[in-house]
Design a protein around this ligand. Structure first.
Ligand code: GDG
Length: 743
């Protein structure tokens, strides 16, 4: 209302001012009209009385003339009448003729245009008319009209003009206020809808944004502002949370209560293996499993994965489900069975001989076979069917994991158009030129763009993905909000750096560092003061194990004092052994270790201890705790969890991490000694520096790295993705509501 007054009052004042200025003009105009009318009237009267007056003049009876004049002036407006025979004569007039009028001064009234006389009786109109008299050629009649009625009318006119303008002002103000109020309400409703997120989600052609095209720029700015605010407040919130499995569970219970959550990965979180007449449950040592388990426990969702254990078939129900964890069931695994051909084509073939080397720049050529592709498509479809069958609602939250399932997001989208699909790509995304060599590149990208959110470890991988889309697909890329719009659907491309559980499980660090040092040296026949380096990897060519050994060889060449005083233990877990490239790589690694050991193993322990076998997580942590340094030399790695595990294992704040610059982890752990694994001299120098680094310097670096891993742990990784999904879900609920209102 105050806003309306602010508008109406000035309008009223302006119109009153105009009325005030206009009234005298109108007054002047009407006066002119009256004067003209009185002139005409005077002429008419003069013409009418001329003849009877002539007669009375000829008769010379002045008394009769006076009576005649008195009769005429009974007229309401004719105030006085006079007669002048000549300018020098005396005026014959009715008694009311003002004294100012005499025969000598009549010329004045003939000259002026307004004929007005302000007498003591009030305003008078004086008209002088020549008489057509042969006896007295200069004779003239004076006709005086009372003008007081004009003054009265003028006053009335002024009042009317003023009221008219005031009325006009009121009507204009009222109409303006009504229109302004209506527009304001619409505008406010629109703004509120935008703030609630409804406006942002409306489809083109419906809703406020399309009704008011002038809103579009504001809506865009507001959309950005809201995103920034959401991001800021969430970042603030996240900063204040200490991320633990419990806090993650609590947040999920609050944010995603009752939500239908489905995880899809190739690897299952619990594998049932037959050992004679016993069934053993194995937990694969995988960062992915560690990260996603708390989510599943909190949401009681379903984890869909390839049933790969030898006893997996035996423990499932008739719907292929098994409740886990076995000792305290909290969620279900739905096992998908794959034939040997499917596994060969989809997993070993297309995923691991095609996409894996395609995405890692590690100088191993990808192999693409149309048969493998067909299996990849078929298995992705099989999983999509499993997801659709498992969904309890039309819009579940589905977390798709990794490069085995590039086609799955879009296949799920076809069956569940309203699902919130979060895909996480655990490996790097290369530049567009490198990715383009895949014969099915467009299909892979289009498949991934079925996701609501697509996550990578680093911004660099996000950028590469967006560049690839931009280059090869007819899609709209918004680099401000980092979203891709493709076939009417939007995918947000986001960075979620994965991490490890913090604090590490108790059993992994319960043995003291000094016990681990002694124990590991004993197991490996190393003297107590022997310097020790550690490497823990799947036996994969992307991990740069060959380059690592070359660096050790160079160290011993340049610093022979370490021969017999330093050993490097490489824990190499067998992996993808069915693939020729991996067999070849294993043979190369073994041969190189043998050659270097042959060259420097004169006396004492060998420089390289190669352990190609699976180790339990507890053993791996013992190695981490026993070592003086850990060497991660990946040629290309999405993140690399080993680097973070080494840091988490060192609660004594000692030990040096040497880390390849080509890992995602290098961006988060600058206190490590960052190296180029292809540069053997640089790596040898880093090894030398590690072996001679004073304990204080080790502690300073380790403390900073531990702080980072503690804060940015795996629960935060999972929590951030889930919170983003929850925000999306809230928006989609609002959209549903507003769509229902609109229809
Ligand atoms: C992919 C991406 C990304 C290794 N040997 C043994 C063993 N390990 C464990 C390690 C670690 C895990 O395996 C390896 O994780 P990485 O991150 O180093 O590498 P990838 O397997 O290639 O993982 C990678 C990751 O996905 C997560 O997104 O970081 O970039 O390539 O936990 O400790 N564990 C046991 N015995 C072994 O012999 N128990």
């Amino acid at each position: 209302m105050r806003l309306s007054l602010r508008f109406v009052l000035p309008l009223m004042l302006i119109l009153a001012g105009i009325a005030y200025a206009v009234a005298p003009l109108v007054d002047r105009l009407t006066l002119n009209w009256f004067v003209r009318d009185l002139d005409i009237r005077a002429s008419l009267i003069a013409n009418t009385i001329q003849e009877p007056l002539q007669e009375r003049l000829s008769a010379g009876n002045k008394a009769k003339i006076g009576d005649f004049f008195a009769r005429i002036t009974q007229d309401e407006r004719l105030y006085a009448v006079g007669y002048c025979a000549s300018p020098t004569g005396k005026v014959l007039a009715s008694r009311s003729l003002p004294q100012e009028i005499n025969c000598a001064g009549l010329d004045r009234w003939e000259v002026t245009t307004d004929h007005l006389l302000q007498s003591t009786q009030g305003p008078l109109h004086v008209a002088v008319k020549a008489m057509s008299s042969e006896a007295a050629p200069g004779a003239r009649l004076v006709l005086v009209h009372d003008m007081s009625f004009v003054t009265r009318r003028s006053e009335e006119t002024k009042r009317y003009v003023f009221y008219l303008f005031m009325g006009l002002a009121a009507v204009v103000s009222l109409i303006t206020v009504i229109i302004a109020q209506l527009s304001w309400r619409g505008w406010m409703a629109g703004m509120r809808a935008l703030l609630r997120g409804e406006g942002l989600l409306r489809q083109p052609g419906a809703g406020m944004q399309s009704n008011l095209p002038e809103f579009k720029p504001i809506a865009r700015d507001l959309q950005r502002l809201i995103q920034e605010l959401e991001f800021d407040s969430r970042t603030r919130d996240e900063d204040q949370i200490t991320w633990t499995p419990e806090s993650l569970r609590a947040i999920l219970r609050g944010e995603l209560r009752g939500e239908d959550v489905i995880v899809v990965s190739n690897r299952e979180p619990y594998i049932h293996q037959r050992r004679g007449d016993r069934i053993e449950v194995q937990r694969p040592a995988s960062g992915l499993v560690t990260a996603l388990e708390p989510i599943m426990r909190a949401c009681s969702g379903t984890w869909i994965a390839h049933g790969s254990g030898s006893a997996d078939h035996e423990v499932v129900d008739r719907h292929d489900r098994v409740a886990v964890p076995p000792d305290n069931p909290a969620y279900q695994i739905l096992r998908v069975w794959l034939s040997a051909e499917e596994e060969a084509g989809y997993y070993y073939g297309f995923a691991n001989e095609g996409v894996w080397p395609l995405c890692h720049i590690a100088h191993v050529r990808p192999t693409f076979r149309s048969g493998d592709w067909a299996q990849y498509v078929a298995v992705n479809r099989k999983f999509a069917k499993a997801v659709a069958g498992e969904a309890k609602t039309r819009n579940p939250i589905v977390l798709v994991q990794d490069y085995h399932f590039a086609l799955l997001p879009n296949m799920i989208r076809e069956q569940l158009p309203d699902a919130i699909i979060i895909t996480f790509w655990h490996i790097p995304w290369p530049n567009p030129e490198s990715f383009a060599i895949c014969p099915w590149r467009d299909e892979l990208i289009a498949g991934l763009l079925g996701s609501s959110i697509l996550g990578f470890h680093t911004q660099f991988h996000c950028n590469n993905f967006v560049d690839t889309v931009d280059r090869f697909l007819e899609a709209r890329v918004d680099r401000d909000s980092f979203t891709v719009s493709f076939r009417g659907k939007r995918t947000a491309v986001r960075r979620y750096p994965i991490s490890i559980a913090w604090p590490p499980e108790k059993e992994l660090v319960e043995k003291s560092v000094s016990d681990c040092r002694v124990g590991i040296r004993q197991i490996n026949d190393l003297p107590p003061e022997h310097k020790l380096g550690i490497g823990v990897d799947r036996l994969d060519y992307t991990k740069g194990i060959i380059e690592r050994f070359r660096a050790i060889e160079r160290l011993l060449e340049l610093n022979p004092q370490w021969v017999g005083r330093f050993s490097f233990i490489q824990v190499a877990a067998p992996t993808r052994a069915g693939i020729e490239e991996y067999q070849h790589h294993e043979a190369q690694v073994r041969a190189m270790a043998t050659r270097i050991n042959g060259r420097f193993h004169r006396q004492g322990p060998p420089p390289i201890v190669l352990r190609v076998e699976h180790h339990e997580p507890r053993e791996v942590y013992e190695y981490f705790r026993a070592a003086d340094l850990c060497f991660v030399s990946s040629l290309h790695d999405g993140m690399n969890l080993v680097a973070k595990e080494f840091v988490s294992a060192r609660d004594d704040e000692h030990g040096v991490l040497i880390l390849s610059q080509f890992t995602g982890a290098a961006r988060e752990l600058p206190e490590a000694l960052i190296v180029n694994p292809y540069d053997a001299d640089q790596c040898a120098a880093a090894l030398q520096l590690s072996l001679t680094m004073p304990p204080e310097a080790q502690r300073d670096r380790m403390r900073l790295m531990r702080g980072l891993v503690a804060e940015f742990n795996v629960f935060r990784w999972a929590g951030r993705m889930l919170l983003d999904a929850a925000a999306m879900r809230r928006r989609s609920h609002l959209l549903d509501k507003s769509n229902r209102r609109d229809t």
